[in-house]
Design a protein around this ligand. Structure first.
Ligand code: GAL
Length: 464
């Protein structure tokens, strides 16, 4: 049996835009707008209108989460639900009442609420008016929104995160076209990466000023460790740059308070470095995180690029590395992602050794599988043994990292209840709890029952 530390968080994560549905929401975020404009881009044309109906069924949903042993849960506060006027930060009373009820209900179920402030859901008006995260005005407005959240809910919420996977905003909106506005503009992407770092630091600055008792603030990053295809210097160099761009660009400012010098030098040489000021950099230096959330799904294997980087016209960071598919890898066929649980250990050691062993938790991990009805038994329970094996193996490697001193305090699955997943909509299911999207009837999967035994015993045994 593998014993986990006392008070270990066992739970799962979702987000406002992926679970609530748009019920009574007055404003559109970039994804709402994207769907309204181009529904055909979304799998089966399913949009965020209903999601998993959390707006209406949060009480039942949270009770179900508790019933499978969860002691903590993360969701996010939608800027487009809580705020009525983004310029003046006027609060929408119905929006505030909703989040108050959700938070109270999480607490009433004996769970710890973790509230995130930005999960790909920028108000589209702020894109149309200012260019969204390209603009420092929007950075300021975000800090104001964050402060409003701390003031409204900080008496009960003790764990806050500023962004979820800010890198995915850069990639989706500015590089690889899977988030509205679907641009391909590396230079703007670089500025957005900087601005998102600044926005996080400014939110943390507001947070600190309020000095909420016993409250902590962090950020959720998708730390996908980079592995070079070989020991060849060219593959190693590709991996070094991929790691700088994909991970260190957010990790270093969040924890060390400054950007990696090598990355700044490279971006300057390529003529795409961000615009920054001394004051802003000081804000970043002085407002680092208290804890880190790490989302991990699959490793990032790279090799030297086929084409010489500077022979490519458009500047994109991936000119420096090509994807590498490891022959014989274990893979989740439905999602096409490699399954590599050992990376959990590598992440744990990296944080321990290079990031002052800051307190951290796994804020997302999980396995998306399509058509899960095919695994349903006579009782209507999805027999997702593959998911149990997936979580088991990742927890095993995580445990090894913890046993060697990495300061990890929890594990959250993506996601408690099957929810809406951006362009993929409901294609792949990730939950411990299945959701019939036509009836909104929710049923615990085999993995949910299994998770309960792990969570309640606080230990991991062999899978039967
Ligand atoms: C993550 C993201 C989640 C969810 C998940 C599964 O990258 O944070 O919002 O969509 O992927 O697709």
């Amino acid at each position: 049996m593998k014993q986990f530390p006392e008070h270990f968080w066992w739970g799962a994560a979702t987000s406002g835009p992926q679970s609530e549905g748009r019920f009574h929401k007055k404003h559109a975020n970039v994804f709402d707008y994207f769907y309204d404009q181009e529904p055909e881009k979304f799998f089966n044309q399913v949009g965020p209108d209903t999601a998993s109906n959390f707006y209406n069924s949060y009480a039942e949903d949270l009770a179900m989460m508790r019933s499978i042993g969860m002691n903590s849960v993360r969701t996010s506060i939608q800027w487009t639900r809580l705020i009525d006027d983004f310029e003046t930060n006027t609060v929408d009373e119905a929006g505030a009442a909703f989040y108050n009820q959700v938070i109270d209900e999480i607490l009433a179920n004996g769970m710890i609420p973790v509230m995130n402030l930005h999960h790909f859901d920028l108000p589209v008006e702020l894109y149309q008016k200012y260019g969204g995260w390209e603009s420092k005005k929007v950075v300021e407005l975000f800090a104001g929104f964050a402060e409003t959240c701390f003031r409204l809910f900080g008496d009960r919420v003790k764990y806050w995160t500023t962004h979820n996977e800010p890198m995915v905003v850069v990639e989706g909106e500015y590089l690889y076209q899977f988030h509205y506005p679907n641009l391909v503009d590396g230079k703007k992407g670089v500025q957005v990466a900087y601005n998102l770092n600044l926005a996080s630091a400014k939110a943390i600055e507001r947070f600190k000023k309020l000095a909420l008792p016993e409250a902590q603030i962090g950020i959720v990053l998708n730390l996908t460790p980079t592995y070079a295809a070989s020991d060849k210097p060219s593959d190693q160099e590709a991996a070094r740059i991929a790691e700088l761009w994909n991970n260190k660009l957010f990790l270093e400012p969040a924890i060390h308070g400054h950007f990696p010098e090598e990355l700044e030098a490279l971006l300057a040489e390529d003529g795409v470095l961000w615009e920054s000021t001394r004051e802003e950099k000081q804000t970043i230096r002085e407002n680092t995180i208290d804890f880190l959330g790490v989302n991990y799904y699959h490793p990032n294997r790279v090799q030297a690029p086929d084409i010489a980087p500077n022979s490519v016209g458009e500047w994109l960071p991936n000119r420096y590395y090509d994807e590498y598919n490891l022959p014989g890898r274990r893979v989740n066929r439905d999602r096409g992602w490699e399954i590599y649980p050992e990376a959990m250990y590598d992440i744990a050691k990296n944080i321990q050794e290079n990031y002052r062993n800051i307190p951290w938790y796994v804020s997302e991990n999980g396995m998306g599988v399509s058509n899960e009805e095919r695994f349903m038994d006579d009782q209507g329970v999805i027999q997702d043994d593959y998911r149990i094996a997936f979580v088991h193996d990742h927890l095993s490697w995580l445990h090894k990292g913890i046993a060697e001193g990495s300061n990890c305090f929890g594990y959250h699955m993506w996601t408690p209840i099957d929810c809406w997943s951006w362009l993929n909509a409901y294609k792949n299911r990730y939950g411990f709890i299945a959701n019939d999207i036509h009836t909104q009837i929710k049923t615990v999967k085999k993995s949910g029952h299994w998770f309960k035994t792990v969570a309640e015993s606080n230990q991991l045994g062999a899978i039967k």
